[in-house]
Design a protein around this ligand. Structure first.
Ligand SMILES: Cc1cc2nc3c(=O)[nH]c(=O)nc-3n(C[C@H](O)[C@H](O)[C@H](O)COP(=O)(O)OP(=O)(O)OC[C@H]3O[C@@H](n4cnc5c(N)ncnc54)[C@H](O)[C@@H]3O)c2cc1C
Length: 459
């Protein structure tokens, strides 16, 4: 029995937000039924994205619908509000938020009062002031970006196939990825694999015509799978004719020319930026304690340091790694920690409401798996290293076991099974990004993509 009626506000509907709310739904079933507890989840999208599947979604191995989990369905005992929290005054226990209706209503931002706060807005891409990056760079954190990148790559192959201008063809067939973490490496490897396959159906574009380039500022890639497996991945990618440029930086992509620190100048229409993440800017709009790196300073019980009734986990939080030998170590920002932290966080809120002692978060990193295209992969799990097909298979088994809900597991498995029986999908639905273009043309207007002020048109 909780002490008094508690309003729990969960900011973010990603790994931490969804799993914390799920845990609270389960732990506080009776209290929710009796109206002693109310859980509100505020998040910009009505779905949670299973980000490790984004590279496979980009490659067409999984449909975009199946890499997301509908929040209203799984969080059926919570209030799900589609909106963005823009500031938090924890002293007053108030969050400021804007929803889809805020602008239409014209009355300014809404305010939401709470008793317990879970702050989990995750991270955003860490960009640098590189000329041309804001205009031409492509991110890879959302399902929309993954699908749009797939469409973009196939569209570039179509452009290359139909132009007589060698400069246009060259730029269209040059794909630059910046950042050698799992997001960048998996995205590049999966898309290259898909494009190599798709090239079979082009009479004048072959795999040897395409330039795939991975630019990494440090001297290694995939630090998550260890130094040996990182080196193995470099060798594998180079065997596929992918240029892996270590200790190299992107210096500019203005005018659609990627200028690298080794002096190369590469005309390209594709610069994918996956060079790490930084804490969400919302954190700076709160009165909560941040670390020097801008993450929420948390205790090992996942409460925010120096604040009562405020909790955090995942990419937004700096959580002490109590399993590490070196003092001051934090848990790294990844899904493995986010999911486990969410469970402890949910339990600790329930403990707090019931006046029970809190649990400490302790998890030793189990390792990582990465897919490098169909039947290719690399993994390090509990110190065991796997390469090639076994690693790829392990990647699929692991993520199938992890993707939330039985419904999504069944759908993803069905898709993988079907794709083993039939040929790969190579269709690009690029026009989904301009769904009104056809009708606007029929109605006598100019399609939006052709208007001079449209950023897509100038892409
Ligand atoms: C392409 C890719 C591949 C990855 N692969 C792996 C992998 O193989 N293994 C692994 O361990 N990790 C992987 N990760 C990292 C992993 O996905 C993250 O560490 C994890 O998502 C962090 O969880 P989170 O809840 O902190 O943030 P998120 O899951 O990003 O959730 C944040 C949520 O907050 C919402 N939000 C943002 N702003 C606001 C706001 N103002 N108000 C309200 N809500 C807001 C967002 O919309 C989102 O729903 C990958 C990441 C990417 C991008």
């Amino acid at each position: 029995m909780v002490k008094e009626r508690a309003r729990i506000l969960v900011v973010g509907g990603g790994y931490v937000g969804m799993y914390t709310a799920l845990r609270l739904q389960r732990k506080l079933k009776r209290e929710l039924r009796q109206g002693d507890v109310e859980i509100t989840v505020v998040t910009p999208d009505p779905y949670m994205t299973y980000q490790p599947f984004l590279p496979e979604a980009a490659a067409g191995s999984i449909s975009p619908r199946h890499v997301v989990v509908p929040l209203r369905r799984v969080l059926d005992r919570c209030h799900v509000v589609i909106g963005e929290v823009t500031a938090i005054d924890h002293t007053k226990r108030t969050a400021t938020l804007i929803t889809l209706a805020t602008e239409e209503e014209g009355g300014g931002a809404d305010h939401l009062d709470y008793d317990e706060l879970v702050l989990a807005p995750g991270s955003v891409s860490r960009t640098l002031p590189i000329p041309g990056l804001a205009e031409h760079g492509i991110g890879f954190k959302t399902v929309e970006e993954a699908i749009s990148l797939r469409n973009h790559v196939i569209e570039q192959m179509d452009i290359a196939s139909s132009t007589r201008d060698p400069a246009i063809r060259d730029a269209a067939l040059t794909f630059v990825f910046v950042g050698g973490g799992y997001a960048g490496v998996e995205a590049l490897a999966e898309l290259e694999d898909m494009a190599r396959y798709a090239a079979r159906y082009y009479h004048n574009v072959g795999p040897e015509d395409m330039k795939w380039i991975l630019v990494e500022a440090s001297d290694r890639i995939l630090p998550e799978v260890g130094a040996d497996m990182g080196r193995y991945t470099v060798t594998q990618l180079r065997r596929r004719n992918i240029q892996v440029l270590l200790e190299t930086r992107l210096e500019s992509c203005a005018g659609r020319v990627a200028v690298l620190s080794d002096g190369q100048r590469l005309p390209t229409r594709t610069v994918v930026w996956t060079a790490g993440v930084k804490p969400h800017p919302l954190l700076a709009a709160t009165d909560l304690t941040l670390t020097g790196r801008g993450r929420l300073k948390c205790t090992a019980q996942l409460s925010i340091d120096g604040a009562d009734h405020a909790w955090a986990a995942g990419d937004a939080a700096s959580v002490p790694d109590v399993t590490a030998d070196e003092p001051g170590a934090e848990t790294p920002p990844n899904a493995q920690h986010a999911v486990r932290q969410a469970r402890v966080l949910g339990d600790n809120i329930a403990h707090t409401l019931r006046g029970e002692p809190l649990e400490t978060y302790a998890h030793t990193y189990a390792g990582s798996v990465a897919s490098l295209g169909l039947h290719k992969g690399v993994a390090q799990i509990y110190g065991r290293r796997l390469k090639g097909y076994p690693a790829w298979f392990m990647h699929r088994v692991y993520h199938l076991s992890r993707v939330p809900t039985f419904n999504r597991k069944a759908r993803v498995l069905a898709e993988w099974t079907l794709s083993g029986l039939f040929k790969r999908e190579i269709v690009s639905l690029g026009s989904l990004e301009h769904p009104r273009a056809e009708f606007e043309l029929a109605a006598g207007g100019k399609p939006q993509s052709e208007r001079p002020d449209d950023p897509k048109g100038s892409n």
